[in-house]
Design a protein around this ligand. Structure first.
Ligand code: ATP
Ligand code: MG
Length: 565
């Protein structure tokens, strides 16, 4: 490809909304352009990267006996109604109707579709195991599309679905997909970790997320250096904290004028945060809920949702706190609160002489002894793990990191096969539900995650495996006929040898060409200048470490191959 023809319009100014580096660089270097919030066009360079990631995904899927299919994006409402998810999926699902008023959705995922497909033709245990995958656009009307293609509303996903006779078969397929994912993300050059995950709304009995570690990640992960434990912070269980026993003092109301937040209360009463009971009011589809957690802890929304069995969890408004809970924002607490479900973190129930709101303006209770002073409807672990909390397995302090979820694998079991009636006949001729797994990779998100990890102040640093082109040939002066002749020859030889190359034939200053080469992120930059003419030497610079090599023009291909690894 000649740079003079390449459609990679670079930008000097990055749109203000691009607040993380991958989004900025994808815009600046001419990889993507926005069509609407969370919806992007991929320009030629991005498409080449995506195709390379897809090729890696295909190879590793095929190697584990998964076969590629392509299902429709447009899915009839009926199959989602049958599974019960038409109502559950909520506003994230993109719904549309045809001219006859029949309802459809744009597939956010394909469990219903694949189960319906497979049950048409799979009848016998002899046809199992089966693993089918596709690479396709998915649609999720995300509440907060952001970070460019990391959280899009239209994005590319690889989704695979396995069907087995029994859980032992599922365990094998799950492990095969786990291993394939490990290979895929390693080959893409990512620094990642598989972590235990919550199986969430999709249901099922076990799950791992593959997290690309980086500061800008939306997900939190904890891992233990001592044992092998690693989990999404939403999933990590926590041991109950046992506090030293204290004499229970008499409950007392104190004035706390305009003192509302945990920090304000702690300062005003001169106590540590861990002696306060934080009361957080929520609204759910089954009514108001008050959640109690120690003042120095955070609520884990996923655990809370799981313990309540609810789908929607929103912070209660100030008005709802007054009207539904008969309390007042900033001074809410469990004592005397009526008609509100109370969920307490297990550690709260072990506190002594604590502080809570008194459900009256400018009042708090002190000397609250939970077991004595109020009753919680649910007492369970609803706390979010943080750095240095004890590892749930071995008790050593855990480390905390942030990550981007690039893939997830789930053991679904019979959740979908049962409701959608996908059965097979076993050896004894008995009908049994197929045992399923599902496995997703965010292809477009992976591209951005790699950039989050592989860049410097000058631009992207692509790993060779997924770079849009592996090398760029830069003649110092496009006007110098001798340089151009050598550059053309180098370009042709590289291309003939299957090394994807851009020839920067533009009549630009060398500084401009070098800047663009760094921004776009070619792994190798081959400069053709005076040295090539006078000494027969090419200057080859590695993007990843800035190392410069001078290699002889004659037989340079082997050296380039070596540098590409
Ligand atoms: P998240 O928690 O980030 O919303 P998810 O758990 O809902 O993602 P899955 O249903 O597990 O996503 O989808 C499989 C993969 O698809 C994810 O691991 C992720 O890499 C990718 N993905 C999910 N949502 C998006 C999105 N809005 N934009 C880009 N990629 C996405
Ligand atoms: Mg996920």
């Amino acid at each position: 490809m000649r740079a003079s023809k390449l459609y990679a319009p670079t930008l000097r100014e990055v749109p203000a909304e691009a607040d993380i580096v991958s989004h900025q660089l994808l815009m600046r270097a001419g990889y993507i352009r926005k069509a609407a919030g969370g919806i992007y066009s991929y320009l030629p360079l991005a498409l080449r990267v995506l195709r390379k990631i897809e090729a890696i995904v295909r190879e590793e899927m095929n190697a584990e006996d998964a076969q590629e299919v392509l299902m429709p994006i447009t899915q009839p409402a009926e199959i989602w109604q049958e599974s019960g998810r038409w109502d559950v999926y909520g506003d994230e699902m993109w719904r549309l109707s045809d001219r006859h008023g029949r309802m459809f959705c744009l597939g956010p995922t394909h469990e219903e579709m694949i189960t319906t497909l497979v049950k048409m033709d799979v009848r016998s245990y002899r046809q199992l195991p089966l693993n089918l995958f596709q690479i396709q656009n998915k649609y999720r009307d995300e509440i907060r599309p952001r970070f460019g293609v990391i959280r899009g509303r239209e994005f590319i996903m690889k989704d695979a679905y396995s069907f087995d006779k029994d859980v032992a078969g599922l365990a094998i397929n799950y492990q095969k997909m786990f291993d394939a994912y490990t290979k895929i993300f390693s080959r893409c050059g990512l620094n990642f970790r598989p972590v235990e995950a919550d199986s969430g709304a999709i249901g099922g009995s076990g799950s791992h997320e593959f997290m690309a570690l980086c500061e800008t990640g939306e997900g939190g992960v904890v891992f233990c250096k001592q044992c092998s434990y690693a989990a999404n912070d939403e999933k990590a269980e926590l041991a109950v904290i046992v506090m030293p026993v204290e004499t229970e003092l008499a409950l007392q109301i104190v004035d706390t004028p305009n003192v509302k937040t945990i920090a304000e209360v702690a300062e005003f009463l001169n106590v540590e945060n861990c002696r306060l009971i934080k009361s957080v009011a929520y609204h759910t589809e089954t009514g108001p809920v008050l959640v109690l957690i120690r003042g120095d802890h955070q609520v884990n929304d996923i655990k809370l949702k799981n313990s309540l069995g609810c789908l929607n969890l929103d912070m209660a408004t100030e008005r709802a706190i007054v009207e539904d809970m008969h309390s007042i924002s900033g001074f809410i607490g469990p004592i005397g609160l009526k008609a509100v479900k109370i969920v307490a973190d297990s550690s709260v129930m072990n506190m002594y002489n604590a502080v809570t709101g008194a459900n009256a303006t400018d009042k708090h209770y002190v000397n609250v002894n939970p077991k004595r002073d109020f009753k919680a409807d649910i007492v369970t672990d609803i706390r979010l793990i943080k750095a240095n909390d004890p590892c749930p397995r071995c008790g050593e302090p855990v480390e905390y990191a942030r990550g981007i979820e690039v893939g997830q694998v789930f053991k679904l079991g019979t959740k979908y096969s049962q409701v959608l009636d996908a059965t097979y006949l076993d050896e004894a001729g008995k009908a049994k539900p197929m045992v399923m797994g599902c496995y997703g990779i965010g292809v477009s998100r992976t591209m951005a995650a790699v950039i989050e990890q592989c860049h410097d102040s000058n631009g992207i640093i692509w790993p060779v495996s997924i770079a849009p082109y592996q090398t760029v040939v830069v003649p110092i002066s496009a006007k110098d006929a001798e340089q151009m002749t050598i550059a053309e020859r180098i370009y042709k030889t590289l291309s003939d040898n299957g090394i994807e190359t851009v020839l920067d034939d533009r009549n630009e200053r060398p500084g401009v060409k070098f800047k663009d080469a760094d921004l776009i992120g070619y792994p190798l930059k081959i400069t053709v200048g005076g040295k090539a003419i006078n000494e027969g030497l090419l200057e080859v610079k590695e993007r990843k470490n800035g190392e410069v090599h001078f290699i002889a023009v004659e037989n340079f291909i082997d050296d380039i191959r070596k540098l590409l690894g």
